[in-house]
Design a protein around this ligand. Sequence first.
Ligand code: MG
Length: 268
Amino acid sequence: MYGAIIGDIVGSRFEFDQGSKSREFEFFTRENDFTDDTVMSIAVAEALLDAGKDADEKTVKECLIKSMKKWGKKYPHAGYGARFIHWVLSDDPKPYGSYGNGSGMRVSPAGWLYDSIERTREVARWTAEVTHNHPEGVKGAESVAAAMFMARTRASKEEIKAYLEKEFGYDLSRTLDEIRPTYKHVEDCMRTMPEAFTCFLEANSYEECIRNVMYIGGDTDTLGAIAGAVAEAMWGVPESFVKQAKLYLPEEIIKVVDRFLMEIISVI
Ligand SMILES: [Mg+2]
């Protein structure tokens, strides 16, 4: 789980096109912080644990709504979009057709928990559908979780790339050097997912993947959370990064991560 959280923390000081699009930078500084990507990943983690591994759609979605509202209210200034805040505060929260990259940034717990790619994709879809029920929003969540499942079950980067192109229709033919010159801060899945996956595909370690994110710029904390989650499933995260990331996190967030890691210890 720290793969997504560290990507969020490291990317937080470069989002909204604030960076110089370089691979050379400090991972952890005084200007970094966790943002909505971390808070909602924690919310999804807690919801999926509360629901249980074999829960049905209704149970999973009820747990998701409860947990996302709870954590959203705890950290209301973490950087959500206006429609999401409205959803968090609503007494009768309904999906609002979003294709924002929020569905991809929060889904990573689903990538760890389940024993088949079909179940992984099913639960990932549900994590999107409570808010992001636009087909592109759903694809954003399913594709990240599927890539994570493949990475942790020892598929190669080539196999993951081929699967993402075939199953989700993403164009992964552009290199980071082709993406970088014109890439800007955008918050939809269509212009986030292929870029995040390419940051992973052009890396050979977790650290390289996160450096690739800052190299192309854009919505760097969300790209970091997405690409970082897949990279962690492939290579793991250096312990020194985890130690530093924890210094930014409130105790109640670390507790959920610890609970989550205890649950998945058998699968990693
Ligand atoms: Mg954010």
